[in-house]
Design a protein. Structure first.
Length: 705
């Protein structure tokens, strides 16, 4: 008898045999339909299903099973042995738990198949966690169930970490049994029990009997009992007080409530500490800025009619240098000791505050101005004494400004502003001193504020104008250069000196914008002059510091078409005293383009000679202070002679500023000075007049003699 194409065929055609064949065919069809229905049934299940025969070979599995073991899906073949797929999976690294103990892990895994039923977890290399449940069938085979419990385990792990590591005392309460299932370390400490003592303890043990009925009702609900303090029983009958917050959850197969216990005593202590920290400086433990303002308001408003209240603002001198040189660790130590020194000098009812990085304030109540000044001078004296910190000797100082109510103002905010003005005036005049507020300080501040607004408007509207003053060859008396000088003609104040508005522009951050304006227009104007006439532009130290100077100069030359050799930039020693390599690099780059570099006000600094050796200067300008004293001061003549000789030996052009008389011109010419600049040759003049002079129009000369 043979089987052909799903049917049975016999060698003989007897009726009995035909009947047998039909019965067998029907049985096979029934088995096929049963297998098909089984496959359809297991495919719709959300779990992975696998059937193994008695020898551990694959018979049937669903798509979910293939998805779970996607990295080993190519091994899932009917008749393949589970043991073989596990071995290959181990070699591929699919089972991280087997690393380092491959044989033991495989043996243990196969031994589980021999048990009537087992449940265990399996970790896969893709991070999945799989719950495996396997049961033996009557014929010795195995039915396996695979459930992806990765998300569940992640949630449980997150809860465990949150629960166990939380500083908040927390319990897991079983709402059905009334037992405490678990407690974190904070709860154990709070209640005085060990973790194993609290586990499976009846929760009613933690409450007085008369409160249990109410407590059990709260423990079984989602609630936050913020308004009620619960009396609870710690170990040994010790009474503690807490606020209870509860949250229902499903954990490990039982309905649980996560119970948070808030220690009222601790909370009150923390609230008090937070309130203190909000009003005090963490480093020095002094009152902070907020506390200072609040206290000043209180004492000014509650002071008697003729009772003086003084606010003194203290600024530590040279403190930034300490941080820059030694680091903030030293700075913090210095601030702490400085605060202690000042605290020891305070009279009763005075409050010392730290209101900023190195800024302090003292609010004096019922202290005369004389007493206040004595304390201030004592503070200055004690802060100028050396600080011995971590093996180093550090020197600082202090400058102080005062304002007093009711004499200066009875408004606390105005009083603070006046004290700040007094401090600024003291720092401007001489550091290491103290100064009281005067009405003129406020007037000056208001005037400066108005001037700031006017300067911003002048820059926006293009009201600044460039004037040009000639530099003349002393031998040929031919104009070789014009210096561009910025002028501001205010509609109400008249002409404002550059010595006033240039520092203000630097302070307001306008100097880059103004510098671009001067460079661009000066280069454009120079293009209308003869080719031999150069233009000289002054450059602020802040333009070097901001790092935009090189691009500004190149853009000005490019847009105007002026050759680089016809542009000179004048710098002062302040540029060269900047820290770091940036100024030197910028100067060398500018010189590499062919731009001339002039050192202005030469002879007035203290290290000019070294600058000439280290920087690529092409010209030095003798400061006019030496020229004005030329015939009255032999020292000035000696300086002039030395500078001219030095310039000649270094191959530099030497220009003298402030040439106002012919006798000064004659002396400089005899000494070999190259150029002269001053009223003798012409005052600064608008661009139109400068263009006429540059192109041959006679200069207006004036001899101051």
């Amino acid at each position: 008898m043979v089987v052909e194409q799903g049917h049975l065929a016999s060698d003989s055609g007897s009726p009995d045999q035909d009947e047998t064949v039909r019965a067998l065919e029907q049985a096979l069809e029934a088995a096929s339909r049963a297998e098909s229905r089984l496959r359809e049934a297991i495919e719709v299940l959300p779990e992975g299903i696998v059937f193994l025969d008695a020898e551990g070979r694959y018979i049937l599995w669903n798509q979910k099973y293939s998805e779970i073991y996607s990295k080993s899906a190519d091994l899932l073949v009917k008749g393949a042995r589970l043991a073989d797929t596990l071995k290959i999976g181990i070699e591929r690294g699919d089972y991280p738990e087997a690393i380092g103990c491959e044989e033991e892990w495989l043996a243990h895994r196969l031994s589980l198949l021999e048990q009537p039923g087992c449940r265990h977890e399996q970790r896969l290399s893709n991070g999945q966690c799989i719950m495996i449940e396997e049961r033996k069938t009557a014929d010795g085979g195995t039915i396996g169930l695979r459930v992806d419990i990765t998300e569940l385990r992640q949630k449980e792990e997150a809860f465990r970490l949150l629960f166990e590591r939380s500083p908040q005392p927390m319990l897991v309460y079983d709402t059905r049994s009334g037992l405490v299932r678990s407690a974190n370390e904070a709860a154990c400490i709070y209640l005085g029990y060990e973790a194993d003592e609290l586990q499976d303890m009846p929760a009613r043990t933690l409450f007085p009997e008369h409160l249990w009925a109410q407590a059990s009702e709260v423990l079984g609900t989602d609630s936050s009992e913020t308004g009620r303090h619960w009396e609870m029983r710690a170990k040994g009958g010790v009474a503690v007080e807490a606020v209870i917050s509860t949250r229902l959850s499903q954990l490990a197969g039982f309905e649980a409530t996560i119970v948070s216990l808030f220690d009222i005593t601790e909370r009150r202590r923390i609230e008090e500490r937070m309130a203190y920290m909000a009003r005090h400086d963490e480093l020095t433990d002094l009152a902070n800025r907020a506390h200072c303002r609040e206290h000043l308001h209180d004492v000014v408003q509650t002071a008697a009619p003729h009772e003086a209240v003084t606010i003194a603002l203290i600024d530590l001198d040279h403190f930034k240098a300490v941080n820059d040189t030694f680091g903030h660790h030293y700075g913090d130590a210095l601030l702490t000791e400085a605060a202690q020194r000042m605290r020891e000098l305070l009279p009763p009812q005075a409050l010392l505050c730290r209101i900023g990085g190195d800024e302090f304030a003292i609010i004096f109540r019922r202290s005369s101005r004389t007493q206040t000044e004595l304390v201030a001078k004592s503070i200055i004296t004690t802060l100028t004494e050396p600080f011995h910190l971590l093996g180093n000797v550090i020197h600082i100082g202090a400058t102080i400004g005062f304002a007093t109510a009711p004499y200066d103002s009875s408004d606390p905010e105005t009083l603070l502003r006046y004290a700040d003005l007094a401090l600024y005036a003291a720092k401007t005049e001489k550091r290491g001193t103290c100064k009281s507020f005067a009405a003129s300080m406020d007037a000056a501040a208001q005037e400066k504020n108005r001037l700031e607004k006017d300067l911003r408007q002048a820059v926006r509207s293009g009201a600044l104008e460039i004037y040009y003053q000639p530099l003349v060859n002393l031998e040929s008396e031919r104009i070789e250069c014009f210096e561009a000088l910025l002028r501001w003609h205010h509609p109400e104040r008249g002409t404002i000196s550059p010595e006033v508005f240039i520092p203000l522009a630097e302070e307001l951050g306008l100097i880059d914008q103004i510098g671009r304006f001067v460079l661009t227009h000066a280069c454009q104007e120079a293009m209308t002059w003869p080719d031999h006439v150069k233009v000289s532009v002054n450059v602020s130290p802040l333009q070097f510091r901001n790092g935009n100077l090189l691009s500004t100069v190149i853009n000005a030359l490019s847009s105007s078409g002026l050759p680089a050799g016809r542009l000179e930039l004048e710098v002062t020693e302040a540029v060269l005293m900047e820290k770091g390599p940036r100024p030197a690099a910028i100067l060398r780059n500018l010189r590499a383009f062919g731009i001339g570099i002039s050192l202005d006000d030469f002879g007035t600094g203290y290290s000019s000679l070294s600058y000439l050796l280290n920087y690529p200067f092409t010209k030095i300008k003798i400061d006019k202070s030496f020229i004005l004293n030329l015939h009255e001061d032999t020292t000035s003549r000696a300086v002039i002679r030395a500078v001219i000789g030095l310039g000649r030996s270094l191959g530099l052009t030497v220009a003298a500023e402030g040439v106002e008389r012919e006798l000064e011109r004659d002396y400089l010419r005899e000494e070999g000075c190259t150029q002269g600049q001053g009223y003798l040759y012409g005052r600064p003049q608008p661009s139109a007049e400068a263009a006429l002079v540059a192109n041959g129009y006679p200069m207006e000369r004036r001899d101051a003699a």
